[in-house]
Ligand binder design. Structure first.
Ligand SMILES: C[S@@+](CC[C@H](N)C(=O)[O-])C[C@H]1O[C@@H](n2cnc3c(N)ncnc32)[C@H](O)[C@@H]1O
Length: 236
């Protein structure tokens, strides 16, 4: 066999193998997209380590603006793609709390954090519908491709509003899959929870939204003879 025909055979074997791997990966992604169940299965965790277009870590930094010493909450960390990036920015005086409904995900992130020498992540096994934290505990919170997966996003947003400081900020990242909450729907859901979308980044299929708490006016009992008044939310 000549060198050239040997090279061609090796190449065609390699090419065939690459094509098979590519087709397998594409098939898995397609299967995930169509059968995408919630909560996201731990058995398919390897997909969570692939960076999503537009929902990049750099863009998360731009919108979240994490600072040393802050206490930040992440809901639905999965395998920790964002957690392991954000936690070091908070320094030893700060803390990243991660909450997930799947203990396996939390164990996975904790294991990776230990391997990487990151010591300021606190994991809590809980449901985002009922967060086990005091009111006003956090400087900021974020969820990336998680809010749409949670059955009652309005309840979750209200809980996030409760545990955020009044000056806090919330970042929601949503990607185009079966669970995506469109930006236009998020605006309405957020308003009902006392949060206002102040900025949107990225295209509609992969956006980050920044939300801020606003003060909801308290309706006082009406005095005799007082006319009806329209109440509207007031900026904090
Ligand atoms: C698609 S993964 C996103 C993981 C990670 N943020 C990322 O972008 O790679 C969604 C995560 O939300 C979690 N989750 C789903 N429903 C939840 C709930 N009700 N409360 C807390 N976490 C939940 C899942 O277990 C999973 O870890």
């Amino acid at each position: 066999m000549t060198d050239r025909s040997l090279a061609a055979r090796v190449w065609s074997k390699k090419g065939a193998r690459r094509a098979m791997i590519g087709a397998g990966a594409a098939g898995t992604v397609a299967a995930w997209w169509f059968t995408d169940s919630a909560p996201y299965p731990y058995s398919q965790r390897w997909l969570l380590d692939l960076p999503l277009p537009f929902l990049t870590l750099n863009r998360l930094d731009e919108v979240l603006q994490a600072r040393p010493g802050e206490r930040i909450l992440e809901i639905g960390p999965g395998t920790g793609l964002q957690s392991l990036h954000v936690a070091p920015q908070l320094g030893s005086g700060g803390q990243l709390d991660i909450v997930d409904i799947q203990q396996e995900m939390l164990d996975h992130v904790t294991r990776r954090a230990t391997e990487q020498g990151i010591g300021n992540i606190a994991a809590t096994h809980a449901d985002a519908h009922q967060l086990p934290f005091e009111d006003g505990s956090f400087d900021a919170a974020y969820l990336v491709t998680a809010l749409g997966e949670i059955p009652e996003p309005a309840v979750t947003l209200a809980e996030l509003r409760r545990v955020l400081k009044p000056t806090g900020r919330l970042v929601v990242g949503e990607f185009f899959d079966r669970h995506q909450i469109r930006a236009s729907s998020l605006v309405g859901l957020a308003e009902g929870a006392g949060l206002r979308v102040t900025r949107l980044y990225g295209p509609p299929f992969a956006y980050y939204a920044v939300l801020r708490p606003f003060a909801v006016p308290v309706a006082l009992p009406k005095q005799a003879g007082e006319p009806d008044a329209e109440l509207s939310p007031v900026e904090a």
